[in-house]
Structure formats: structure tokens, C-alpha cells
Design a protein around this ligand. Structure first.
Ligand SMILES: Nc1ncnc2c1ncn2[C@@H]1O[C@H](COP(=O)(O)OP(=O)(O)O)[C@@H](O)[C@H]1O
Ligand SMILES: [Mg+2]
Length: 355
């Protein structure tokens, strides 16, 4: 007997299209002998629809996949998923959504209320990981070094600019200014002096009323993929992000402009350092109470200090995204990763009384 899996993609966030390509990857690789996929697309305006057979999940001639607004409507209620009033009888949900309304605990709460097991972190871990200011305090309290940072709320900035500018100066320039609950480097600016601060904070506040100003860490960007296998979080081979020298940091263009970045696997670092990063990745996963999967991103300084940057509870998930690539380099195929995640969902460790 196969289990019915609702693969949910699209959504209201700026990462709608990336989510669709990830869902297409999962659809192509999911083990059909065990799972029967049902594709659900959330439109940019937030409507839930059944994706028509033949929906094109890939980027073709530069055209990105977008969930059409006029699809057959699906409803989700405390009694589960319905299509034209008939229950869809979903056994497991796989929300492949990034950013607000997807990766931040909101959809996880909805699924929990509907009593549907789902892949990935639960409400608390999803919400905390999405908010870089809360995640930072937890990492730090768990002994995982973080970059020093100050939260600047929009209302306080308007009232108290000079005192806050003095606080920021104590971090030492350059600083990074970013939205607390951002993604894809949107709204992130490197700031060399206090003169540039106002514009950078205004830019971050376009995405989030909370901006985070951090001391700029000098170092390489290193990533590690964590996957729960039989309830135990395991760390993948560690990867190093290579950014074309034309870019000052890992910004939106560098991330998505074709060929501007790649990942070196394994990262060209000592075994000792790689093991330290793997240990810290698992510690970070446990500290936030994550489930299923997470991509944990670090800086590695020239003095071999390992500093956590952020933890993503639903990283990019196409077959060629960093997360599956790190597992593939560790001997776990894309299909196996998906099967581990679906098996893990049924254990419900991400539920109200889970992790
Ligand atoms: N404190 C920092 N020091 C150095 N680089 C930073 C810092 N914060 C952000 N960056 C750069 O900006 C990129 C995006 O920031 P990040 O916090 O990862 O946000 P996002 O969630 O948008 O990926 C990072 O990959 C890195 O290149
Ligand atoms: Mg990042």
C-alpha cells in the first residue's frame, strides 16, 4: 500500500519560484513504490490549489514556474484537506516552502491542527530559526559562537537614531545590515561607515520591521546539512561556498545568477575542523529543537574560528541545491534523503509534544 504525500509548494513569500523548482525535484525523485504524490500549489496571493497534471516545475528559457491563480481550489480545515468538498485523505504533508508563511511555523501549526504528519521542523523550531535575533540568543546560550549583533526596530530607529548609531559603532565597521526574518540575501547590505547606515537600515526595514546589524565576519562560508535518520540527527560532509570574486558577499545576484557560485565538497579544510563544524551543526539543530532537516551555515575565520551564521529549516531542495549535494557527497542519494524525511514525519517528533 502506498502513502499519499501532499507536496506543497509556491506560497506567498519572495521565494515562490524556488519552492516550485524544489517541489518538481521531489516529484521526480520520490519513491513511487511507497509514496503517491499529490501536488498542491499555493498561489502568490495565498490560494491553495491542486496543481494540474503537466504543470511545468522547471525553469525554461529563463521563465520561472509560478502557481496559476485559477487552479482547482483546495481547502484545509481542522478535518484535513478537501477538494470540491471531498476529503483528499493525505497521509503525510511535505511543505517545501521558504520564508514567511512556509518556513516560519505558520503552516506547521495549520498541519498540526489538522492532525497531518509533516516533514521538517515543528512550530517552535521553524519560528525561532526564521527569526535570526531569537536564534542567535539560543545558539550563543548553547555555546555556539555567533557574530555580535544589535536588533534595530523600525519605530525605535525613527525615535532614537543617534543613540542607536552610537551602539552600532561599538560593533566596529564594517557591519552587515539585514532583515531579521529575511532570506536569499534580500535587503542585506554591507556598510563601511555610519554615513551609509540610514539607507541600509531603511532597505532592511522594507522586508522586516526588525533589522539586524552585525559585526562583519571575515572568513569563508561553510555549510553543513543535517538529516534525521531513524530519529538521530546526522551531519553531512561539509561544503565550502565559492563566490565569484566579482561579488562582495553572498548576495541575491551571487546566489541565483547562473554560475556565480558553487560548492566545493568536501571543503578544503582539515578533518579536525570539519568534525568541529559537523558537531556544531548538530548542536545547533538540537538547540532549536529542529526535526527532519536543516542546513546550517557558518563562517570560518582565518584563525580557524567557527561562527554560526544561520540555520535554515527548509533549505533549497532541488537535486542540484547545496543540501542534497552535501548528502550525495556523503553517500546518501536524493531519493534516500526524501525517504528518510517521509519516514521521519510519521514519527511525529516535530509535534506539540515532540523535539
Ligand atoms: N555578520 C556577517 N559577516 C559577514 N558576512 C555576512 C554577515 N551577515 C551576512 N553576511 C553575508 O550576507 C549573506 C546573507 O546573509 P544571511 O544572514 O545568510 O541571510 P539570508 O537568510 O538572506 O541568507 C551571507 O551569506 C554572507 O555572505
Ligand atoms: Mg544565508
Amino acid at each position: 500500500m502506498t502513502l499519499s504525500v501532499a507536496i506543497i509548494c509556491g506560497g506567498r513569500s519572495s521565494e515562490h519560484e524556488i519552492s516550485c523548482t524544489s517541489a518538481g525535484g521531489v516529484l521526480g525523485a520520490i519513491d513511487r513504490s511507497k509514496y503517491d504524490p499529490v501536488m498542491i500549489g499555493i498561489t502568490k496571493s495565498g490560494k491553495w490549489t491542486l496543481l494540474a497534471e503537466g504543470f511545468d516545475f522547471v525553469i525554461r528559457d529563463g521563465v520561472l514556474p509560478v502557481v496559476p491563480e485559477d487552479g482547482e481550489p483546495i481547502s484545509i480545515t481542522p478535518a484535513g484537506f478537501f477538494l470540491q468538498g471531498k476529503p483528499l485523505n493525505i497521509d503525510i504533508a511535505f511543505p517545501i516552502l521558504h520564508g514567511p508563511y512556509g518556513e516560519d511555523g505558520t503552516i506547521q501549526g495549520l498541519l498540526e491542527i489538522a492532525d497531518i504528519p509533516f516533514v521538517g521542523s515543528g512550530v517552535l523550531a521553524s519560528a525561532v530559526a526564521m527569526d535570526k535575533s531569537f536564534a542567535k540568543s539560543i545558539f550563543s546560550a548553547s555555546g555556539i559562537p555567533v557574530a555580535e549583533g544589535i536588533v534595530i526596530r523600525k519605530s525605535e530607529w525613527a525615535r532614537n537614531k543617534s543613540a542607536l548609531t552610537a551602539d552600532i559603532a561599538t560593533l566596529g565597521y564594517p557591519v552587515f545590515v539585514k532583515p531579521v526574518r529575511g532570506g536569499s540575501s534580500r535587503g542585506t547590505t554591507k556598510v563601511a561607515s555610519s554615513h551609509e547606515l540610514d539607507d541600509a537600515i531603511a532597505e532592511a526595514h522594507k522586508f522586516d520591521p526588525k533589522a539586524l546589524v552585525e559585526n562583519a565576519v571575515i572568513g569563508r562560508e561553510i555549510e553543513c546539512a543535517v538529516l534525521e535518520i531513524d530519529s538521530a540527527p546526522q551531519a553531512s560532509v561539509v561544503g565550502q561556498i565559492e563566490i565569484d570574486s566579482h561579488f562582495e558577499f553572498y548576495d541575491f545576484e551571487a546566489k541565483y545568477l547562473h554560475g556565480a557560485t558553487s560548492i566545493t565538497l568536501p571543503a578544503p579544510i582539515s578533518t579536525k575542523l570539519a568534525e568541529e563544524i559537523q558537531k556544531k551543526a548538530i548542536a545547533a539543530f538540537i538547540s532549536l529543537g529542529c526535526s527532519g532537516l536543516a542546513r546550517v551555515d557558518f563562517f570560518l575565520t582565518p584563525n580557524d574560528e567557527v561562527i554560526i551564521n544561520e540555520l535554515n529549516t527548509m533549505p533549497g531542495f532541488t537535486a542540484t541545491s547545496a543540501y542534497p549535494k552535501m548528502w550525495s557527497a556523503s553517500g546518501v542519494t536524493y531519493q534516500e534523503v526524501i525517504s528518510h524525511l517521509l519516514a521521519g514525519a510519521l514519527l511525529r517528533n516535530n509535534g506539540a509534544l515532540g523535539n
